[in-house]
Design a protein around this ligand. Structure first.
Ligand code: ATP
Ligand code: MG
Length: 461
């Protein structure tokens, strides 16, 4: 409820104002002099002060005005003046009053002015809130994509970050990031963008694996109204949206030959046309492409254009899988645990044995898998120190898979053990063969649909 203070030495007008505002759900206070007004302003900090400048003369009026503004900067003061004293009113506005009315105004008029001042105040507050939010988010983004957030001190990661810092300083070079699933390709791409001179422009992501050819084309290049059924209005593509910034083309190994040609054209002069349009559009964007396929192999097999590969592969960045840089695992565990502590207020620790198992495991899903495992533990385990028994079965057992010499207590039956073995072999083969399910089915002598069902049942990812 807005607080309003009415100051007037003339009882009839004061009472009329008090009654009228009270009827409208304001928290109304009144004063008849400087002596009674000042303590109220001090203690109650009203949002609106309605002030008759002559209480009983304008010297007191101006003092009250000054005090109101000093005590509460965002208080609004409406001055009431005698008929024909416009000069004083102007002077009052210069001294900080927000509005003035000459005596003889109607109740509706003053109420309208009060509502307007409150609305302005609300907008001012919303505005400063927005600015504050913006700066907070900005800081969060800067922190999040700072390279300190890309954890790793193995030789492979140090070499990678050396190259990355050169890429950051050169905002126009095209970058190709290769690495298995979950190794942090997108994280590196964002870090490159947010640490370089393009950071105040958009970072736009396009995932080529999730879109069929025609949708991918219209996503990238946009379209003109009428370009195809359903194109009911013009739509800019991601290249236009990313202008000034960076476009991250994820899973580029998946794009069809037709889109490969279109991309090749784009990489030559950064010019394209919207689908169904014929005006060339030129944009200034840095391309960062990523793939978990071995793109050289795709080129050798004729599935990816060699010329496009060379266009993209100006600066090749390779993120090694976690299993070849096991010295990073401890650092990553600490990093993830700290984040969970910050976000959820949950402090986890790992026993020495448990940490050793984490380091022994091969992490086919790389850092993402490590993150998922720890996040799940944070939810499912009630005690603070994670021991070997808390770990998922595939990690509890030895690095090269299964320990044939023991029968862990967590296996309730021989069937359990066999399932575990089956799951292990399937996931190993899937990773070796880039999740080519038909190929793995052939190798293991299973039907493809049986294999798919098992993958689903075991939750292999
Ligand atoms: N070196 C690292 N330090 C900290 N966090 C990492 C690191 N590498 C990866 N992550 C985290 O792991 C998760 C997966 O990373 P990201 O999505 O960048 O991987 P990706 O290579 O794009 O995976 P995919 O190929 O499956 O899309 C993210 O939550 C990311 O923050
Ligand atoms: Mg990714």
């Amino acid at each position: 409820m807005a607080k309003i203070l009415i100051i007037d030495d003339e009882p009839s007008l004061r009472k009329a104002l008090v009654l009228s505002f009270r009827g409208d759900d304001y928290d109304v206070m009144e004063a008849d002099s400087k002596r009674t007004a000042l303590p109220l302003i001090e203690e109650e900090e009203p949002d609106i002060v309605v002030l008759d400048l002559f209480v009983p003369d304008e010297r007191d009026g101006f003092e009250i005005l000054k005090a109101s503004k000093e005590i509460k900067k965002d208080a609004s003061v409406i001055i009431i003046t005698a008929h024909g004293s416009t000069n004083l009113a102007v002077e009052a506005i210069k001294s900080g009053a927000d509005d003035f009315l000459e005596k003889g105004f109607t109740m509706d008029e003053i109420k309208f002015r009060v509502r307007k001042l409150l609305e302005q105040k609300r907008l001012r507050e919303a505005h400063s809130q927005l600015i504050e939010d913006y700066h907070r988010l900005r800081r969060e983004v800067d922190e999040r994509y700072n390279f300190n957030q890309f954890v790793g001190n193995s030789k492979g990661i140090r070499d990678l970050l050396n190259l990355v810092s050169r890429v950051v300083d050169d905002p126009d070079t095209t970058v190709l990031i290769q690495g298995e699933s979950g190794t942090g390709k997108e994280l590196i791409a964002r870090a490159i963008h947010y640490n370089g001179s393009r950071k105040d422009h958009p970072f736009v992501v396009v995932n080529c694996a999730t879109l069929p050819e025609h949708l991918l084309e219209s996503e990238l290049f946009g379209y003109e109204k009428g370009a195809f059924t359903g194109a009911i209005r013009n739509k800019p593509g991601k290249f236009e949206i990313a202008n000034g910034g960076t476009i991250f083309i994820d899973e580029i190994g998946e794009i069809s030959p037709k889109v490969q040609v279109e991309l090749l054209r784009f990489t030559q002069d950064h010019t394209f046309e919207r689908l169904g349009g014929n005006t060339p559009i030129t944009v200034d964007v840095r391309i960062i492409a990523a793939t978990n396929k071995k793109l050289e192999e795709e080129v050798a097999n004729g599935r990816f254009r060699e010329d496009l590969f060379y266009r993209l592969n100006v600066i090749p960045l390779y993120i090694p899988p976690l299993r070849v840089r096991k010295d990073d695992i401890r650092l990553l565990v600490n990093h993830i645990v700290e984040r969970i502590d910050r976000d959820k207020g949950r402090t986890l620790r790992f026993s020495t044995d448990a940490l050793e198992r984490l380091e022994a495991y091969d992490w086919p899903g790389n850092v993402r898998e490590l993150e998922n495992v720890i996040e799940r533990l944070a939810v499912t385990v009630a005690h603070d120190t994670i021991t070997v028994d808390d770990l998922p079965a595939e990690i509890r057992t030895n690095s090269d898979g299964l320990d044939f010499d023991s029968f862990p207590e967590s296996f309730r039956s021989l069937k359990d053990a066999m399932r575990e073995y089956e799951k292990h072999i399937i996931s190993q083969k899937l990773n070796e063969h880039h999740w080519n399910i038909s190929e793995v089915a052939r190798i293991l002598g299973e039907r493809r649909d049986t294999l798919s069902r098992k993958i689903k049942r075991y939750g292999i990812k």
